[in-house]
Design a protein around this ligand. Structure first.
Ligand SMILES: [Zn+2]
Length: 267
């Protein structure tokens, strides 16, 4: 039902079957949330994602017993679920404690995991994850980058750094070319050894470099390595030693590659 009232559902999942006016959506915003009048499409979309989440049987994330009660003060509301699929998720569209209203209607990585767990993997071809171009490094793009690159990270200064042997190549994305070449560990990247085999950016704002059975945590503010650990035992649980390469994915995971296997890492 469309009504100028607080959007809601009268239950979760199958409990909405046949329930009259089981879902209420608001398209007007005169009586309820009038601030939405200046951004109606945004509000309609965000609300729809959340309410249809209930229709697909997902409860409010802040209802969970493992909700951090020292700072997530949102009230338990509506029917509770009967199972937890992912770790407690601040970024969930179903979490009132999400600093963005229902995550701006954008499903979090854990939301997608939950959906795929209950309803199966995405077969609809919505995600266009395929190679759409092959080029020659340094010739048709990535000017100044040599062949044989083993790792790359993005820097908070807005540039990307590529690593090979004992060298790094700073790539300026606006100029679309390498604007500096240096020696890893001596002219920058203090504490990073030569011949690393992989690197990723971490959501904690640091970058991690991998070599053999060790990882090196690089702190951009201190501009040096501030921790060295053993991959798979003191961090990076499940990542094997001697990875060949790694990359950050927009799904907020990182993928590590070793021989014929890939390892998806959840931060
Ligand atoms: Zn709700």
């Amino acid at each position: 039902m469309i009504d100028d009232d607080g959007p809601h559902t009268k239950g979760l999942g199958k409990h909405l079957n046949g329930v009259q006016n089981g879902m209420v959506l608001n398209f007007q915003f005169n009586e309820w949330s009038p601030t939405c009048r200046s951004k109606r499409e945004y509000c309609i979309r965000v609300i729809a994602v959340h309410e249809f989440g209930h229709a697909l049987s997902f409860a409010h994330e802040q209802n969970r017993k493992d909700t951090p009660d020292n700072w997530c003060k949102e009230e338990i509301q509506g029917t509770d679920g009967d199972m937890y699929i992912t770790p407690w998720d601040l970024k969930s569209v179903m979490n009132y404690c999400n600093p963005k209203w229902s995550g701006d209607g954008k499903l979090s990585a854990h939301d997608l995991d939950g959906l795929h767990y209950v309803y199966g993997p995405n077969k609809g071809g919505i995600v266009k994850d395929k190679v759409d171009k092959v080029g020659d490094i340094g010739r048709s793009g990535w000017k100044g980058i040599p062949s044989g690159i083993v790792a790359a990270v993005s820097h908070p200064n807005g540039k990307a750094y590529f690593f090979k042997g004992d060298k790094y190549y700073r790539f300026d994305c606006k100029r679309d070319e390498v604007d500096k070449v240096g020696t890893t560990g001596s002219s920058g990247w203090k504490g990073i050894p030569n011949q690393i085999s992989a690197a990723v950016n971490h959501p904690n704002g640091k970058a991690y470099f991998f070599k053999g059975n060790k990882y090196y945590r690089f702190d951009f503010k201190k501009d040096k390595v501030d921790k060295v650990g053993d991959t798979g035992s003191s961090g990076w649980n499940g990542i094997p030693t001697g990875v060949n390469s790694a990359v950050n994915h927009p799904n907020s995971r990182a993928y590590f590659f070793k021989e014929n296997k890939y390892y998806r890492f959840v931060f």
